[in-house]
Design a binder for this molecule. Structure first.
Ligand code: SAH
Ligand code: SF4
Ligand code: F3S
Length: 440
């Protein structure tokens, strides 16, 4: 038997790309590929790319440039670009970097096996269609390898919101929800392979409206169905939009024991003028009221967010409103970015903020967010949490896992296995993680 071909995949961007990379590895697994951790011994290199900010998109070209020597040594090496840069730039990628053999968009990667075969014959192949067929179904029935205790599961993809700064509606297309029975089957399969925690993914996951047995289902209804899956212990979901935060989902945070007390709810800015120009369709006040209602349902919930500073026409007063909103919410964790101009989006044509000013605002916002994150993390000391163990720690007998609130927790003298859940008392709070001890 010939040796298996080797596949090296590098993943950029969001969790959905992580999920997609797993699916691409499975699809090519059917063609005799096994994954390798190094590009040096690969027969195929795939970059699964992100287009969200300019820096992310440009990284792809510098990464591709690095494979020049490798390709010269190994003419049979095939190089592919997948993901959102593939969708946004298509043919242009091959023009800019001729060593690329294959370009595949996020909606077409179930066609990778045929594309790979063509590339092997020396063809340059491009597929950035939004095909009719269900890529998730095409990718079923792959080998059932054992899995770690946590997994992502895409339930919704694409976005119809068209925030003025964002490429996602263009790279991922219109919003589509997967039917509930297929998601439940996939969840069941993951659990049989060792998964204990599933994070439901979607660019607008709380806009989920997939077909169920009795008509369309809400995300909360889907979560309640998943709640019945034996062996599944924890459910999370990301990313949510404030305008799609329905009552039944808020309520589920108070009543569904498997639904974890963590919510990523990006607000982007605190000035109503800027929110309007961003086309966000919510105000700072409506967001704050929403957070209040969520906390009324689940007082200990950890809130996470995304922010953009330096959006076109943002003044110092607008920025101050963002700081005020952050003070009002108190985030357990957050991601903040300097606005990046994306060609083809409405905001790209507007008067831009001085980059130095934007840098300064980003620093000030990050200082506040880091302080809040630290305070929330420190407030865990003395509390008892449940930890799902994900790996062995650096020291003998030590295990590392995540609390319900998604904090990393180190436990010494831990006789539990990967995939076990245990009650842990938090003893101290470090730079980026907590330390605790098992409660017998
Ligand atoms: N669907 C999610 C996340 C989309 S992208 C949502 O609606 O919240 C993740 C984050 O990247 C966004 O929340 C936003 O904060 C940031 N982002 C998107 N476009 C950007 C741009 N042009 N410049 C800077 N940050 C951007
Ligand atoms: Fe982008 Fe806005 Fe859609 Fe989120 S809701 S993916 S930020 S357009
Ligand atoms: Fe990036 Fe595409 Fe995700 S642009 S953030 S990889 S949806």
């Amino acid at each position: 038997m010939s040796a298996p071909k080797k596949l090296f995949i590098k993943t950029y961007g969001c969790q959905m790309n992580v999920y997609d990379s797993e699916r691409m590895a499975e699809a090519l697994g059917g063609e005799g590929y096994v994954e390798t951790k190094s590009p040096d011994d690969a027969d195929m290199i795939l970059l699964n790319t992100c287009h969200i900010r300019e820096k992310a998109a440009e990284k792809v070209y510098s990464e591709l440039g690095r494979f020049k020597g490798l390709k010269a040594e190994k003419p049979d090496l095939k190089i592919g670009v997948a993901g959102c840069v593939a969708q946004a730039e298509g043919q242009e990628i091959m023009r800019r970097q001729p060593l690329v053999d294959l370009v595949v968009g996020p909606q077409s990667y179930h066609r990778l096996p045929e594309m790979e075969a063509k590339a092997r014959e020396g063809e340059k192949v491009l597929d950035t269609d939004f095909p009719e067929e269900d890529k998730f179904e095409k990718l079923k029935n792959r080998p059932k390898a054992k899995r770690g205790p946590t997994a992502f599961l895409t339930v919704q993809e694409g976005c119809d919101k068209f925030c003025a700064f964002c490429v996602v509606p263009y790279t991922r297309g219109a919003e589509v929800s997967r039917p509930a029975d297929r998601i439940l089957r996939e969840a069941q399969d993951l659990v049989e392979r060792g998964v204990r925690e599933i994070t439901l993914l979607g660019q607008n996951v709380n806009a989920y409206h997939g077909a169920g047995a009795n008509g369309d289902m809400t995300l909360a209804q889907l979560i309640w169905e998943l709640d019945k899956v034996d062996g599944l212990e924890r459910i999370r979901f990301t990313t949510s939009h404030p305008n799609d935060m329905q009552d039944d989902l808020i309520e589920a945070h108070g009543t569904c024991a498997k639904l974890m007390p963590y919510l990523h709810l990006p607000v982007q800015a605190g000035s109503d003028k800027i929110l309007k120009r961003m086309n966000r369709a919510h105000t700072a006040e409506s967001y704050l009221r929403l957070i209040e209602r969520i906390r009324a349902a689940r007082p200990d919930i950890l809130i996470s967010g995304d922010f953009i500073v330096g959006f076109p026409e943002e003044t110092e007063a607008d920025f101050q409103a963002t700081l005020d909103l952050v003070e009002g919410v108190k985030y357990g964790t957050a991601y903040s970015f300097k606005y990046s101009t994306r060609p083809g989006t409405p905001a790209a044509e507007r008067p831009q903020v001085d980059p130095k000013e934007a840098d300064d605002r980003l620093q000030r916002l990050q200082a506040l967010l880091t302080k809040q994150q630290r305070e929330v993390q420190d407030s865990m000391v003395g509390r008892d949490v449940t930890v799902l163990f994900e790996k062995a720690g650096r020291f003998p007998g030590q295990m590392v896992g995540k609390s319900d609130y998604l904090h990393a927790v180190h436990v010494a003298d831990c006789d539990r296995a990967i995939g076990d859940l245990a009650r842990v008392r938090i003893l101290s709070s470090g730079a980026n993680s907590l330390a605790g001890a098992l409660i017998d």
